[in-house]
Design a protein around this ligand. Structure first.
Ligand SMILES: NC(=O)c1ccc[n+]([C@@H]2O[C@H](COP(=O)([O-])OP(=O)(O)OC[C@H]3O[C@@H](n4cnc5c(N)ncnc54)[C@H](O)[C@@H]3O)[C@@H](O)[C@H]2O)c1
Length: 299
């Protein structure tokens, strides 16, 4: 507790889900929080919750991909609370579409959404931090989509990858002013993804398509070394750390909150420890020279 006392934060995309959880955790640690969402009711709901817990927050609705709006939200934060120290941004459009069916207008809008919100929120926050003499912390939420190719995820993956490299470059631009820019990468989050997907998918039609079976929650889970999905609270704890002075030597960094998914050997699954006989494996190795198989190393 009190790890962020005296600090002022803006959270962009802070409806009650992941963003609202981050806003609440920042407030619980003593930050005064400006809660933004494009959906006014969602922002108000988060603020009502934070205040009901005895913490300080205001709601400011608006679209984080629009420059005038982001400038106004930043100004409101400074006007209300005196300065700005922390922003966390996650705003953008998640488009799932096969490249075969990609529409140019839809592609362009989705592709630009995450890095545009990233650039605008960073630019205005950094200007306010510099003007107020604050060595602030800027955090963007990525997705495993930023790091891997994903079927039907071309627009989302490209947009999040652009946000990731934007953040790394902004970290270099702002280092001189002592402003840190970092990212957090969650894999699929526990509380909502699978119910949402189930509602969105016409299962009968989907299963009927040859070669495209449903990819289940359990299939996904089998690939996570810590054997559970991250929760919004896991992301919020990472955000609290990056926002705090505890992380004052971290910039340009990405924190994966994915139970080890990104750094595991791709074909290995948790539980595979048993039954692997490394001696059998070594005996079966064959050496090749110039592309041709030569001999077994061991008999
Ligand atoms: N849910 C997951 O499993 C998961 C996994 C990896 C990454 N993420 C990332 O986490 C973030 C939040 O995802 P979520 O699943 O909680 O989504 P969500 O839809 O529940 O929350 C996103 C919030 O952002 C708001 N928003 C959208 N566009 C906005 C804009 N232009 N300006 C201001 N607010 C805007 C929405 O109204 C909503 O309240 C996204 O960046 C997403 O890519 C989510």
């Amino acid at each position: 507790m009190n790890r962020l006392t005296g600090k002022v934060a803006i959270v962009y995309g802070a409806g009650p889900n992941i963003g609202g959880t981050v806003a609440y955790f920042l407030a619980r640690e003593g930050a005064r929080v400006v809660v933004n969402d494009i959906n006014e009711a969602a922002a108000t709901k988060t603020v009502d919750f934070i205040r009901s817990k005895g913490h300080e927050a205001i709601a400011v609705a608006g679209d984080a991909t629009k420059e005038d709006t982001v400038a106004a939200i930043t100004a409101k934060a400074v006007e209300t609370y005196g300065h700005l120290d922390i922003i966390l941004n996650m705003a953008g459009i998640v488009l799932w579409r096969s490249v075969l069916e990609m529409d140019l207008a839809e592609w362009s809008e989705a592709l630009l959404s995450f890095p545009t919100a990233g650039m605008l929120t960073t630019k205005h926050a950094a200007r306010a931090m510099i003007a107020g003499g604050r060595r602030g912390s800027i955090i963007h939420l990525l997705s495993t989509a930023a790091h891997f190719g994903e079927a039907e995820g071309a627009a989302y993956a490209a947009s999040k990858a652009a946000l990731m490299n934007f953040a790394r470059s902004a970290a270099m631009d702002l280092a001189h002013d002592g402003i840190r820019v970092n990212t957090i990468t969650p894999c699929s989050v526990e509380h909502q993804l699978w119910t949402k997907m189930k509602e969105e998918i016409d299962e009968e039609k989907f299963v009927a398509e040859p070669g495209r079976p449903l990819y289940s929650r359990d299939d996904y889970l089998k690939n996570i070394p810590l054997e559970r999905f991250p929760r919004a609270s896991d992301l919020a704890w990472a955000a609290v750390f990056l926002a705090s002075d505890e992380a004052q030597m971290l910039t340009g960094v990405d924190i994966p909150v994915d139970g080890g998914l990104r750094f595991k050997y791709p074909t290995w699954r948790p539980g595979d420890h048993t039954g692997v006989n490394i001696r059998d494996y070594v005996r079966s190795i064959r050496r090749t020279e110039y592309g041709e198989e030569r001999e077994k190393l061991f008999e």
